[in-house]
Design a protein around this ligand. Structure first.
Ligand code: COA
Length: 161
């Protein structure tokens, strides 16, 4: 069974992430979306909320599992018997960081390759931070995130008022 891991903060999941998942779900037997607590980022949603939002938004895909992980990605990949790490590339600005991360992961776990998937042109400018900022200031993000994420962002906005 070909298992791929798609790691990231997903705070929150966006249509850009869903587009990548739809593409890779056709290539691999199983995709594990691994939600990470990134210490350098201030999160809006808890890890459990993020997992739940991804599960709700990927119900139409039958080979996706979602879980949290902490620690070294290479160890996690080993424990899941994964053959690939999936990362989305939007613009050339993503490339250098992704290349370095891909290289270190290759050193740490040589049997796993990083596979880059090109983001759809509609999502080139989409990032979780930009969506959080727009939504919390009252902007309409309905075309950029799944409906459930839009509703949760509206609820967070009301909590903060
Ligand atoms: N559509 C929309 N947005 C996208 C996207 C796409 N296709 N691809 C990336 N992004 C955005 C994300 O929303 C995120 O936006 P944000 O910065 O506003 O939150 C940003 O691009 C990239 O973040 P993300 O994909 O969540 O990755 P990350 O940089 O937060 O985390 C990990 C990267 C989790 C893979 C990495 O930190 C990791 O492996 N951590 C484990 C520890 C470890 O093993 N470290 C050593 C390995 S180098």
């Amino acid at each position: 069974m070909r298992v791929a891991v798609y790691p990231g903060s997903f705070d929150p999941v966006t249509n850009g992430h869903i587009d990548i998942l739809e593409k890779i779900s056709r290539i691999f037997d199983k995709i594990i979306v691994a939600v990470v607590h990134n210490v350098s980022k201030q999160a809006l949603f808890t890890l459990d909320e993020r997992v739940e939002l991804i599960r709700e938004s990927t119900k139409h895909l039958d080979n996706i599992e979602v879980e949290c992980f902490s620690g070294l990605l290479a160890n996690y990949l080993h424990s899941k018997d994964a053959c690939a790490i999936i990362r989305g590339l939007r613009t050339v600005a993503d490339f250098e960081y992704e290349m370095h991360m891909g290289m270190i992961n290759k050193r740490l776990i040589p049997e796993v390759d990083t596979i880059f998937i090109m983001a759809d042109s509609r999502n080139i400018f989409v990032s979780s931070s930009i969506i959080k900022e727009a939504a919390l200031l009252g902007g309409d993000v309905s075309e950029l995130v799944p409906e459930i994420v839009k509703l949760k962002l509206e609820a967070k906005r009301r909590e903060m008022e």
